[in-house]
Design a protein around this ligand. Structure first.
Ligand SMILES: Cc1ncc(COP(=O)(O)O)c(C=O)c1O
Length: 318
């Protein structure tokens, strides 16, 4: 919310572009599209929704046309690894194109690194891909497990929330950010301690290696059970889909321009229950691996995955 506010304050424009299925929290500007039967935008004022333009990812020409045709675009916000924290991956050329396009058109580029910050690499997706946005939003890992979030980015944008009281009184472009937990010292202390660990890269090496083992184990389970589907991932973020033919490939999804097919919702619910019966709760059709997971945890999870697939097959669900 703060990043969007800064972008609107800096540009004097109201509207933002976001991408289909990208999640940026539940506040009004990010709540998402109105869909038949969907609830994401229920209760959001229609004036607010009219200031959010939602288009598919990976189509740079469409973004360019949208900026030209829709007046008053202040910012573009996205999950840099793609929707559902990379379940539907973005193409790196698309990100590069967005960087060049936003620079040229004066639109503020915001990477939502709430999940990918410190997972995609110690410097987030932006360090992994070598693309620096104007603003970055962070939460989760950034506060070391305590509630907290942060916005980082261009000095001229962050100057609008400068906390120097003398400066801020005279600064007509100051953006206010009062709140119960804003600048909470406990979360800030946890953040500093956590980021020192993150900076070593050690947790990533362990977690990323565990994710590769998990994805291999899951793909072996598809093979062993004869169920169609595929597991894939990026860094320590793992995704899978069940009951659909998929292109073969390595750890990462092979072609971001060919989005992974969706698991049928009925199959997804049945799988969730079957996996719970085996003692594992997956996060939708995905999993996050951490440096605390042991080889045994990974093996147990892959075994539970295989048993759950076998149960779906035995019940004729896939
Ligand atoms: C990519 C992404 N952006 C934003 C958010 C919202 O973060 P918060 O709950 O701190 O507002 C989330 C929460 O899960 C998220 O995954």
């Amino acid at each position: 919310m703060m990043a969007l506010r800064l972008a609107r304050a800096a540009t004097g424009k109201d509207r933002i572009i976001k991408f289909e299925h990208h999640f940026h929290g539940w506040h009004d500007y990010a709540a998402g599209e109105w869909t038949e039967g969907g609830t994401a935008a229920l209760g959001v004022p229609s004036q607010t929704l009219s200031n959010v333009v939602i288009i598919p990812q990976n189509d740079l020409a469409l973004v360019e046309r949208t900026i030209e045709q829709e007046s008053g675009i202040a910012a573009i916000i996205l999950e840099p690894t793609g929707y559902h924290w990379g379940g539907g991956p973005t193409a790196v050329e698309f990100l590069r194109g967005l960087r060049e396009l936003t620079r040229r058109t004066g639109v503020v580029l915001i990477f939502d690194e709430v999940i990918t910050g410190f997972r995609a690499s110690p410097g987030g997706a932006q360090a992994r891909f070598g693309i620096t946005p104007d603003l970055t939003t962070m939460a989760k890992i950034v506060a070391g497990g305590l509630p907290g979030g942060a916005v980082a980015g261009r000095a001229d944008l962050l100057a609008m929330i400068d906390s120097d009281p003398l400066l801020s009184r005279s600064n007509k472009r100051r953006v206010a950010h009062p709140g119960t937990f804003n600048a909470n010292p406990l979360s800030a202390a946890a953040a500093v301690a956590c980021l020192e660990l993150v900076g070593t890269g050690d947790p990533h090496r362990a977690a990323d290696a565990a994710a590769v083992r998990l994805v291999d184990g899951m793909n072996a389970a598809f093979k062993a059970t004869g169920v169609a589907g595929r597991a894939y991932g990026l860094a320590s973020m793992v995704h899978f889909l069940i009951g659909q033919e998929c292109p073969p490939g390595g750890f990462e999804w092979p072609d971001p321009y060919k989005a992974p097919p969706n698991t049928d919702p009925g199959v997804a619910i049945a799988f969730k229950q079957a996996a719970l019966n085996e003692g594992v709760e997956f996060m939708g059709e995905g999993a996050m691996v951490s440096s605390a997971h042991t080889d045994q945890d990974i093996e147990d999870t892959a075994n539970a995955f295989e048993k759950a697939l076998a149960a779906l097959k035995a019940d004729g669900i896939v």
